[in-house]
Design a protein around this ligand. Structure first.
Ligand SMILES: [Zn+2]
Length: 145
């Protein structure tokens, strides 16, 4: 565990998180500021800085889990598409964004983000933090059936 990493803290229950799924290799949880309701992050249990450097079996497992979560999102929210992305600029703990998408450019967050001084800057007015009630509703919708 990396003590400076917020995802490690959520995964190891040192910080609160809304967990959608967890197993020996990964944990899926709700981001604080989703692109759309139903947006889930699938992170490796162990801290890896880069998807390219993580062991193949872990990379395969988090990818398979992201697909499975994507199927739940598809069923619960019926978006136009379910998008997947691995970036890691904000938190350098490998995680896959699984996002219900209704418009073409939502996955790139171009509606919500821009580059300022070489860093991603989020426009807080267009992204809203989910309330506890909204997060409970999302968790209930994303339970396996
Ligand atoms: Zn970490």
């Amino acid at each position: 565990m990396n003590n400076d990493c917020i995802f490690c803290k959520i995964i190891h229950k040192k910080s609160p998180g809304h967990i959608v799924h967890e197993d020996a290799l990964c944990t899926a949880f709700l981001p604080l500021k989703p692109i759309n309701p139903g947006h889930v992050l699938v992170a490796s249990q162990q801290h890896y800085d880069s998807f390219l450097d993580m062991p193949n079996d872990v990379a395969l497992h988090i990818t398979q889990t992201a697909r499975e979560i994507g199927q739940r999102i598809n069923k619960a929210y019926k978006p136009v598409k379910v998008g997947f992305s691995i970036v890691g600029f904000e938190v350098s703990h490998v995680h896959i964004h699984v996002v219900p998408l209704y418009k073409k450019y939502e996955i790139t967050s171009s509606t919500y983000a821009s580059i300022k001084n070489g860093r991603i800057a989020w426009t807080d007015e267009s992204m809203h933090a989910c309330s506890q009630d909204e997060q409970r509703d999302i968790l209930a919708r994303l339970q396996p059936q």
